[in-house]
Design a protein around this ligand. Structure first.
Ligand SMILES: NC(=O)c1ccc[n+]([C@@H]2O[C@H](COP(=O)([O-])OP(=O)(O)OC[C@H]3O[C@@H](n4cnc5c(N)ncnc54)[C@H](OP(=O)(O)O)[C@@H]3O)[C@@H](O)[C@H]2O)c1
Length: 337
């Protein structure tokens, strides 16, 4: 008797089971994505965790706070009754911002600290550490960042440019975090109900290897692993770390002025961040990471779940996208000269 048809049935059944499990797992992840994005998020509740629902008792420090996304972090934190330590490089802008926040929120305190985040040496690190000791700090927003002036092949990237990107995005962020962390830890451990937060701005440029922005891409990918690794170390001190992934946002850095459904304004973007603290958004597969803005989240989910961030076709599309930006930028530059 030929029983090979039984093998065929068994194989078909096995394939059907595998297919069923794959479909169920994808459906489960898709439901989790929508749950994360549209149901779980709670802006007010999330922000109350890190100031114990008090009025201007605790401080948040925001780096790169005089423009774009950082300016919006400072504004929204002040509105939610956090005092904010403003840190950036331009004293005149910091003074204006501090004054503006004080006028809007007279109960709050908005001291500023002038620091060029490029080349922070150990003396400057200690100075910042001593300054911050004066404040009950519960939140650090590592927002400051630099990208390439325009997409450029690594071989043609001026040394000044790639060094500045690494200095500001990587070395500067680490130096500031290390200077501030002892105070953050002290504040949080001295208050039983309070938690601490370190939020670091990542980027889709770091999520996906990004040709023509190679140094920026590497620097943000560095921050991704650094922040995620530190999360486990800091949980015992009640400090949460969130690495925030973002596609484009309108700002001086992106050189995009008009928002669209894929490119939010800093205001909408920062609202989505605070609504989704400790919630992965579209970063379903990534621990201590969040892709909070809804359209970025769906985009991230589709890339990661259906293709993979290191997929060659995804990389080629990313390359072509940045090549077209480079060509347009070069044309514009040629017209101007
Ligand atoms: N915009 C996007 O599309 C996008 C996408 C993904 C991720 N991100 C990330 O989000 C973060 C904020 O981006 P953004 O678009 O808001 O940037 P932005 O508009 O260029 O603002 C950068 C801020 O950092 C300050 N800054 C720049 N260099 C500094 C330095 N050497 N020392 C101290 N402060 C310095 C600037 O101060 P001045 O006002 O004095 O210049 C400004 O306040 C960055 O980490 C970026 O990588 C942005």
């Amino acid at each position: 008797m030929d029983y090979s048809y039984l093998d065929k049935i068994a194989n078909t059944k096995a394939l059907a089971y595998i297919g069923f499990i794959l479909i169920v797992s994808k459906l489960f992840k898709i439901s989790k994505l929508f749950l994360n994005l549209f149901i779980i998020g709670n802006y007010n509740k999330n922000l109350a965790i890190y100031n114990n629902n008090t009025n201007y008792k605790y401080y948040a420090l925001v780096t790169g706070c005089t423009d774009g996304i950082g300016l919006e972090y400072a504004n929204q934190l002040a509105k939610k009754k956090y005092n904010v330590v403003l840190l950036s490089r331009s004293e005149d802008k910091l003074q204006l911002l501090s004054k503006d926040l004080k006028e809007k929120y007279p109960e709050g305190d908005f001291p500023y600290y002038v620091l060029n985040c490029k080349n922070i040496d150990s003396q400057e690190q200690e100075k910042l550490s001593n300054f911050i000791k004066n404040f009950p700090l519960s939140v650090l927003i590592n927002n400051v960042g630099l990208s390439h002036a325009m997409p450029v092949p690594f071989l043609e990237t001026p040394q000044e440019e790639w060094r500045s990107i690494i200095d500001i995005n990587c070395t500067g962020t680490l130096a500031i975090t290390q200077a501030v962390l002892p105070t953050l830890k002290k504040t949080v451990t001295s208050e039983p109900k309070l938690r601490g937060l370190i939020l670091t701005m990542g980027s889709f440029g770091g999520l996906l290897p990004t040709p023509l922005l190679a140094t920026y891409s590497g620097s943000k990918s560095f921050l991704q692993n650094w922040s995620n690794a530190m999360n486990r170390e800091l949980l015992k001190y009640k400090i949460d770390t969130n690495l925030v992934l973002s596609y484009l946002v309108t700002s001086k850095m992106s050189k995009i002025r008009n928002s669209s459904f894929m490119i939010p304004s800093p205001k909408s973007f920062v609202s989505s961040v605070f609504s989704n603290l400790n919630n992965r958004g579209g970063a379903i597969a990534k621990y201590a990471t969040c892709t909070p803005y809804w359209s970025h989240a769906i985009y991230h989910f589709v890339i990661e779940e259906f293709f993979g961030c290191y997929n060659s076709m995804v990389n080629l599309i990313n390359f072509k996208f940045h090549l077209s930006i480079r060509q347009r930028a070069l044309k514009k530059k040629a017209k101007q000269t």
